[in-house]
Design a protein around this ligand. Sequence first.
Ligand code: FE2
Length: 354
Amino acid sequence: MNSTTDTLPGDVRIEIENGVMIVRPQHTDNQLITLKNWLDTHHDFIEQNLTQYGAILFRGFQVNQPIDFEQVALGIDKELKNNYLGTSPRNAKTDYVFSASELPPYYPIPQHCEMSFLPDPPRKIFFYCQVAPQQGGETPIVDFQKVYDQMNPAIRSEFEKKGIKIIRNYNGPNTKSGFDFWKLKRWDEMFMTTDRQKATEICQANHFQYTWQANDRLRLISEQPAVRLHPKTQQKIWFNHSQVFHLAAAAIEYNKIANYQKTWRSRFYATLTNVMTFLKKNLQKTENQALHCTFLDDSEIPTRYMQHVEDMIWQNMYFVQWQKGDVIALDNFRVAHGRMPYTGEREILVAWTS
Ligand SMILES: [Fe+2]
């Protein structure tokens, strides 16, 4: 384990472990107050180190409830937001704190920088462990600058030249929906309105190309470059959602997870996902898939390219093994996050900035 320790003047202890900064209390009393005071007086230190390391984990500070988490997040960045245009179902806990995902526990969440397909994605994202998972359920994080640096230059340059088109098909409030392994939430749940006009305005504001379909369905298309420059460091970062939305991505991800978890359950879901991907690919047109992505010129992104992207992602993965009360801050322009499938209880909450 690659680890260094440093004690700053003050009430916290700093350690660097596998490229992640870990901050712990020096004393056993009033840890939450200690943390809030420390954040108040170390704003520049946090900003500089979040840019340098990409991730800072605060452990052992008795962050006991969602409102504590909100205050810690506000201590790091005052510009918290509560508009969410991603795909996971989420429930509000406070003004700015939500459940990270209400997707079923067997469902893997591949690595992504939050809302990378928006013109202005969040600068920072925070996660908090209210209930630590019993089995599985880690939050893996990945430095997407390293992913960019390590990719096969030929594949990378094709992504850079061609860009990404994301296709999402949503059911609406009046849609009768049966079980669909890939189907996420409805458009009224995402836009928090059943009013088509309001939904349309949100689409326009976020540069989504929208088409209202028969049976109250909504097709959204977003276009994004595959790579962005980090706003502070100007380094090139792999910054797109292809590894989430490509039709082959779930099966590739689940094969990796089965290899990592080595459980019968994960092997079962890997097999099921592979079979369902084969069926969907052969039975449904590209534009009707619940989720898919292509290059901007509508050409398909080869599955072997997505396999390569996932290989690069997994070789840079750091698994956050949650402990109750943990808070992690991520530089969302560089460090991606995901979720391992789990069994038993698990409650991870999220907050994000402008
Ligand atoms: Fe996310």
